[in-house]
Design a protein around this ligand. Structure first.
Ligand code: BDP
Length: 695
């Protein structure tokens, strides 16, 4: 197996008793459909069930015992009576119901929803039950998504390179589109639909205006036509200066009438080509991208102009809050909040502000972004990064669900009765009906889509969490492992343990105790805590760790940058007191003396050594665990992962040695003798020229 089938492998059920039962319980598929999402659902069920049952599962006109019946209440009037109107109303437009019922004197399985989209999601849920070898005798399942926009953000360029992509080139074959419709597009759509993802931004946030020209829009339309059947809308990134670059205007000032008209006309044109186009994602006035501030206008002015252009077509604008200015002397941590909070209430109804999970940039661990909860009048959308820019690329096994849920479960304390980050972004805290969660895609042209086979789990997680943010990392991992590899208990248990531990393991060997942004410059691979030559101070590791002979860490309390003032008092108080600040965030907020006593009784320096060494040891533990699983799965994927774990081990040692040897020049203390000695010098690591890492 090469991993191409992801979690949709549909291998014949390898438990003989269960297989026998499934064959009796499922005899055929009844669906009155000829196109669209219902047809996609029917095709998937037929393919999936035929595989899982190891026999042809026919389409039937008649109803027999074991028929799986698909349809909306409008198509099948008996459903309203059988299910009840209230239950149906509760399902909304994307929810579904899977029930074992009696119909025309037969025992059937009904998959229904108000809209065809719900049935499509229900079909995938049903297949998941079988893939996970669950009982299906008495089904009564209903499910609706908690979050409305569940999106992938591709950072794909039009020349098919992928910014921060580590799994090959872009899967969008622009040159052969629109005429050539690669099977990959269908499989991509199936995979996304199976986990509830309902939108995809095709292009990089560092945008190219060309995508908005007619020939390119025709290519986008071809993708949209495939994705539509799977309830996936396409979105594009809008380059703010497009009116100048492709519209021949002199300005892109968002308050200029000509500019506003240009965008309106452009939106009309897009919707004439792609009637269900989702809208725009915009990175403006950030890292050199053009934006409204070039014309002394605000982010709200810019977002609203685009929002007005797409509003007549029910389009939306996702405006990113990832901004920090070259000129500003402020702690980079504080800048997005400073710029965006004052704009709360000024955005149009169809604008979401898209916020990264933490205040800096997708680090192995960040505190939650202080904007969450701070803009009650604006729907805030979550942006996670699936591609492992700061987490060992597609080389390290890092399951990100613990990172994602850690942020979702954080309490912003902005409301007396419930204001976790999850409640902010699902809209319930502030009563927003528009809500969203996005993941920066880790998908590329590699045969297994994500480079590292375990990268697939992060893609899977994004969809499942956006559907239901209350799912736990263990539940999601369990689902994914069973579908992707096998249901055999020893395998599932071992791999689940590895996955659940993997994020903390990475934190330990890369950036323990709240260290952040100490990686190699530019490509962001490997350690370079010594680096201080970047053109901006806040691109330098030394800016972030601030190690000196007295201690290490970034003082963000009132005696330092005071970034903590951006949190609610309850959060601020906890973090600003070195005694109550969680140790995993310590160096995010405090400059801590080397001999500071940690909860373990060790000094900070000893504790840091302990974490780095434990990180490496744990990678070795993952290697040992994996080596015991050889007989459970195919050789191809077993070997891939074995090799990747080998590289991960070497690189964990690299991180550990380089960081400890460097920080030791400030702490002036020895690495305790009980640990294996670094086998290289600091000079070796500092001179190590990383041969090649994709940007
Ligand atoms: C940083 C990446 C950069 C992205 C930027 C962004 O290094 O490539 O363009 O984020 O999110 O993490 O805009």
């Amino acid at each position: 197996e090469n991993g191409y089938d992801l979690w949709l492998r549909y291998k014949v059920t390898d438990n003989a008793v269960l297989l026998q039962q499934y064959r009796q319980q499922i005899t055929g598929i009844n669906c009155t459909c000829s196109d669209g999402k219902l047809l996609a659902a029917q095709q998937e069920l037929q393919q999936g069930l035929t595989g899982l049952l190891g026999k042809n599962v026919p389409l039937q006109k008649l109803v027999t015992n074991g028929t799986v019946m698909l349809g909306t209440p409008a198509q099948l009037p008996f459903i309203k009576k059988s299910v009840g109107e209230n239950t149906l109303t509760g399902l909304g437009d994307e929810g579904y119901l899977i029930r074992s019922i009696r119909h025309e004197g037969k025992n059937i399985i009904l998959i229904t929803g108000n809209k065809e989209a719900g049935i499509l999601y229900g079909a995938f849920h049903f297949l998941r039950l079988l893939q996970m070898q669950q009982p299906i005798a008495q089904l009564n399942i209903s499910s609706t998504p908690a979050i409305k926009l569940r999106l992938l953000n591709h950072w794909d360029n039009l020349n098919r390179t992928v910014e921060r992509g580590y799994a090959g080139g872009s899967i969008w074959d622009w040159q052969r589109l629109p005429g050539y419709r690669d099977q990959r597009y269908y499989d991509y759509a199936r995979a996304n639909a199976s986990i509830g993802i309902n939108g995809t931004v095709l292009t990089n946030v560092n945008a190219n205006a060309m995508i908005l020209t007619e020939p390119w829009l025709q290519k986008v339309a071809a993708l949209a036509a495939i994705f539509r059947q799977y309830n996936i809308k396409v979105y594009l990134t809008a380059r703010f200066s497009a009116p100048v670059e492709i519209g021949n205007l002199k300005t892109a000032d968002p308050l200029n009438e000509e500019v506003r008209k240009w965008w309106k006309d452009k939106a009309d044109e897009i919707y004439s080509i792609i009637p269900d186009f989702g809208g725009f994602l915009v990175k403006a006035n950030s890292e050199g991208q053009p934006g409204p501030q070039n014309y002394q206008r605000t982010h709200a002015d810019g977002a609203n102009m685009l929002a007005d252009a797409v509003a007549p077509h029910n389009g939306i604008v996702m405006w990113r809050a990832f901004v920090y200015s070259n000129e500003s002397p402020e702690d980079r941590f504080k800048q997005a909040y400073n710029e965006f909070k004052p704009l709360d209430g000024q955005f149009r109804k169809n604008v979401l502000v898209q916020v990264k999970n933490g205040p800096i940039d997708f680090q192995p661990r960040e505190p939650f972004h202080p904007l969450f909860g701070a803009m009650p009048q604006t729907p805030l959308m979550m942006e996670y990064q699936l591609t492992q820019e700061y987490m060992g690329f597609a080389t390290h096994l890092v399951y990100e669900a613990p990172l994602f849920t850690e942020v979702l479960n954080a309490d912003t304390h902005t409301k007396p009765n419930g204001s976790t980050v999850a409640q902010i972004i699902d809209g319930t805290a502030d009563g927003h009906s528009l809500s969203g969660m996005a993941g920066v895609s880790n998908i590329g042209s590699d045969i297994n889509w994500t480079g590292h086979p375990f990268g697939q789990a992060n893609w899977y997680t994004l969809g499942r969490l956006a559907w239901n943010p209350a799912l736990t990392p263990a539940q999601i991992a369990n689902e994914w492992i069973r579908q992707t590899f096998t249901n055999k208990k020893a395998f599932v248990d071992t791999v689940q343990q590895m996955m659940l531990a993997s994020r903390e393991i990475m934190v330990n060997y890369m950036t323990p105790l709240g260290l952040h942004h100490i990686m190699g410059y530019g490509h962001h691979y490997g350690p370079a805590p010594w680096y201080n030559k970047a053109p901006r101070a806040d691109w330098n590791p030394v800016y972030f760790h601030r190690a000196d002979s007295t201690g290490i860490g970034f003082n963000r309390t009132a005696s330092g940058s005071n970034a903590l003032a951006q949190y609610q008092p309850a959060v601020r108080r906890q973090y600003e007191n070195i005694a109550t600040c969680p140790e995993e965030l310590l160096l995010w907020f405090h400059h801590v003396p080397w001999d500071h006593k940690m909860k373990s009784g060790k000094t900070l320096w000893e504790e840091m050594c302990e974490k780095y060494y434990r990180g490496v040891d744990s990678v070795r533990w993952m290697q040992r665990s994996w080596s015991r699983l050889k007989n459970y799965i195919d050789e191809e994927r077993f070997k891939q992962i074995e090799q990747l774990l080998g590289i991960q081990e070497q690189e964990a040692v690299w991180w550990r040695n380089a960081c400890l040897l460097y920080f030791q020049t400030f702490s002036g203390k020895p690495i305790p003798a009980k640990y294996e000695k670094p086998d290289r010098t600091l000079e070796y690591y500092m001179e190590l020229n990383f041969p090649y890492a994709p940007h």
